[in-house]
Write a protein that binds this ligand. Structure first.
Ligand code: MTE
Ligand code: MO
Length: 417
C-alpha cells in the first residue's frame, strides 16, 4: 500500500483515475445546456407571476433592473406554465447527479496552491467560488422548496431569484472561458484529431489508483442516477396515471382521492383557516367593485349569470400540475361588465376569505381577465367545488401559475393596477 499524503492541497492526494479533461468536459457540456434551460425557464416563471402588476404578486420586491425583461404572460396555450415550470423543476432535479459529478471531477482545483498565481488567476478563482457556491445554492433552495414546501417562509423566491443571477453571471463567464476547450476535448476523444490543443491535465491524477470503473462506466452511472430521478419525478408534471410514478415528488403518487374533486390539492381549507360558517349559502357574498361602484352577489344571483365551461389545468411553481379539469362558472369579463367595463376589461385584484398567507390575494392582468376561458369557477368536473379546491368560488385562468388561481374568493376589484 502506498502512503497517502494527508493534505488535499497536495496533487498526490487525489488518486481517482477517472478525473481528467474528458470526464469534466462531457459533464460540463451537459450542464451548459441544462443550466441555460433552467435559467430561462426560471425567469419565465417569475414573469408568469405578474410581478410588475402589483406588489402583492411580487415575491422579490427589490428586483430593480433585474426585472427588465418582464412581459405580460400570455393566456395560451393553456398548458404553457405546466410546460415551462414542469421542465424547470424536472430538469433541475434530473441534473443533480450531473452537478455533483462535475464538482467531484474538479474538486482538486479547489485546493490547488498557491491560491493565486496572478491577478487574473485570483479573479478566476473568485468567480469559481461564485459559480460553485451559486450552483449549490440554487439547486439546494430549489429542491428544498419542492420537497419541503415553504421551508423558507416567504423568502424562497428572492433567494432563488437573486441566487440565479449571481450563479448565471458566473456561469456565463465560466462557459465563455471553458466551453470551446471542452468541445475540443470531447471531439478529440471521439477520434477527430486536432492539433495544438492544450490539455487541462492538472485534473489527471499524478499517482492514480487502479481503476475500478471506466470513465464511460462512471458517466453511465451518473446518467443512470439522473434517469432514475427523472423517472421518479416527471410524473407529477404529466399528471393522470403517470402521477403514480412520481415517487420522489411530494405532490406525486396517486391522486389524493377519487371523484370529480379528487385531484391534487395544494393548501387545504383547514390549513388556510377557512371557516365553513363563512362559505355557506347564507353567509357568503361576492363583493365586486369597479368603475360604477360595488355590487354584492349571493350564490343564487351569481348562478343566474351566464355560466361557461373551460378545460384548464392547475400548474404549481413546485412543478406538479394536473391534467385539464372541467371548470364551470362565471366569466371574469362578465363580472367586469357588471361594474362598468363593457368593452376592454381592466386588471383585477382578487381577495380570498383567507386572512393570512401570501397567496390569499393576487393580481390578474387585463389580458387574463379578457380571455373568455378565465372564470370565477363554482363547479369542477360537474360537481360543486370541494372546500379544499376553493368552495364556494375560485379563480381559474388559462396558462397561469397555480398561485394566481385564488381559492375561497370573497372580493373582486376591477381597475387598472
Ligand atoms: N386563497 C388561496 N388560494 C390559493 C392558494 C392559497 O394558498 N390560498 N394556493 C395557490 C396555489 S400555490 C396553487 S398551486 C393552487 C392549487 O389549487 P388546488 O389546491 O385546487 O389544486 O391554488 C392557489 N390558490
Ligand atoms: Mo402553487
Amino acid at each position: 500500500m502506498r502512503d497517502r499524503p494527508r493534505l488535499p492541497v497536495s496533487p498526490e492526494f487525489w488518486r481517482s483515475p477517472l478525473r481528467g479533461p474528458w470526464f469534466t468536459s462531457v459533464l460540463g457540456l451537459v450542464l451548459l445546456v441544462g443550466v441555460t434551460v433552467l435559467f430561462v425557464t426560471g425567469l419565465l416563471s417569475y414573469a408568469a407571476y405578474n410581478p410588475d402588476l402589483s406588489p402583492v404578486n411580487d415575491t422579490t420586491p427589490g428586483k430593480g433592473i433585474l426585472g427588465f425583461y418582464l412581459f405580460p404572460w400570455p393566456t395560451g396555450p393553456v398548458w404553457l406554465y405546466r410546460f415551462t415550470q414542469g421542465l424547470h423543476v424536472t430538469l433541475g432535479i434530473t441534473l443533480v447527479p450531473v452537478l455533483l459529478a462535475k464538482l467531484w471531477s474538479v474538486v482538486p482545483r479547489l485546493f490547488a496552491l498557491p491560491p493565486a498565481r496572478s491577478l487574473a488567476h485570483a479573479l478566476e478563482r473568485i468567480s469559481l467560488l461564485l459559480l460553485v457556491g451559486g450552483g449549490l445554492f440554487e439547486f439546494t433552495t430549489g429542491v428544498l422548496n419542492v420537497q419541503l414546501d415553504y421551508v423558507f417562509p416567504g423568502s424562497f423566491y428572492p433567494l432563488h431569484f437573486y441566487g440565479a443571477w449571481v450563479f448565471f453571471a458566473a456561469f456565463v463567464a465560466h462557459a465563455v472561458l471553458k466551453a470551446p476547450a471542452a468541445v475540443r476535448t470531447v471531439r478529440r476523444r471521439r477520434g477527430v484529431p486536432e492539433a495544438g490543443v492544450r490539455e487541462e491535465d492538472d485534473l489527471v491524477a499524478t499517482r492514480p489508483d487502479a481503476p475500478t470503473v471506466s470513465r464511460r462506466g462512471a458517466l453511465a452511472l451518473v446518467g443512470g442516477g439522473s434517469l432514475l430521478l427523472f423517472l421518479t419525478t416527471v410524473g407529477q408534471s404529466l399528471g393522470g396515471p403517470f402521477r403514480r410514478t412520481a415517487l420522489l415528488a411530494p405532490h406525486g403518487g396517486p391522486d389524493p382521492a377519487g371523484g370529480p374533486n379528487g385531484f391534487q390539492i395544494n393548501k387545504t381549507a383547514a390549513y388556510a383557516g377557512i371557516d365553513p360558517a363563512e362559505t355557506g349559502r347564507d353567509a357568503w357574498r361576492l363583493v365586486v367593485t369597479g368603475r360604477t361602484g360595488t355590487v354584492r352577489l349571493d350564490r343564487a344571483q351569481l348562478l343566474r349569470m351566464p355560466l361557461h365551461s373551460s378545460s384548464l389545468p392547475i400548474a404549481c411553481v413546485e412543478g406538479w400540475s394536473t391534467a385539464d379539469q372541467w371548470w364551470r362558472g362565471v366569466r371574469l369579463r362578465d363580472l367586469a361588465a357588471l361594474v362598468g367595463y363593457d368593452g376592454d376589461p381592466p386588471d383585477l385584484f382578487v381577495e380570498s376569505l383567507q386572512r393570512h398567507g401570501a397567496f390569499r390575494h393576487a393580481a390578474l392582468r387585463a389580458n387574463q381577465v379578457a380571455d373568455g376561458r378565465s372564470l370565477l369557477a363554482l363547479y369542477v368536473n360537474g360537481e360543486e367545488l370541494s372546500p379544499d379546491h376553493g368552495h364556494p368560488a375560485r379563480i381559474i385562468v388559462p396558462a397561469a401559475p397555480g398561485v394566481l388561481n385564488t381559492k375561497w374568493v370573497a372580493r373582486l376589484t376591477f381597475g387598472d393596477l
